[in-house]
Design a protein around this ligand. Structure first.
Ligand code: HEM
Length: 146
């Protein structure tokens, strides 16, 4: 169970990183280029939301089945986990920051849908998706991923 979920989470992360990066650059170019918002822009923003929510669900399962997350906290105690930078990243920082990232993508997507004109739509997407991308890049366990 653990290795399967971790494998899924690890590979889905590549797709998510790619899609959120493309959706963010697209929103920034749409905003600074004063481009008209088109159905493909909507589909890209929606696809980024969907892949993010799927990774969130896989991550949540992983949090419970991984020896490096909840089990590490219950077995070693929060004090020990917080002192160990690798355990702290996998059990605390990564899950919390990624949940924040999912919240930003979700707020950005639902707020941009309410806007009726191209420029404010791109602006909302650019702000929330860029913040989410930066947060995500800051707490991916790069050492064990690559
Ligand atoms: C939504 C964006 C997320 C991305 C892009 C992401 C990405 C990753 C990556 C690349 C790894 C390393 C995988 C490897 O070692 O090959 C990882 C590990 C992990 N992720 Fe996520 N994750 C996300 C969300 C979450 C969430 C929401 C949780 C929990 C609530 C979570 C829990 C974990 C745990 C516990 C590990 C360590 C697993 C282990 O090595 O035992 N992730 N994540």
């Amino acid at each position: 169970m653990y290795t399967t979920v971790q494998f899924l989470h690890s590979w889905w992360a590549y797709l998510l990183l790619l899609i959120v990066f493309i959706a963010t650059v697209n929103a920034l170019m749409g905003f600074f280029g004063n481009r008209e918002y088109k159905p493909k822009d909507f589909r890209l923003a929606l696809f980024a939301l969907i892949v993010t929510h799927i990774q969130f669900l896989i991550g949540l399962i992983l949090f419970f089945v991984s020896p490096n997350a909840l089990q590490a906290i219950t077995n070693n105690g929060m004090g020990t986990v917080m002192k160990d930078s690798t355990l702290r990243l996998l059990a605390v920082e990564h899950p919390i920051i990624m949940i924040l990232m999912v919240v930003l993508i979700t707020i950005g997507y639902s707020k941009h849908k309410k806007k009726l004109v191209s420029k404010p739509k791109f602006k909302i997407l650019a702000i929330f998706y860029t913040l989410a991308l930066i947060l995500m890049l800051s707490r991916i366990p790069w050492n064990q991923w690559f």
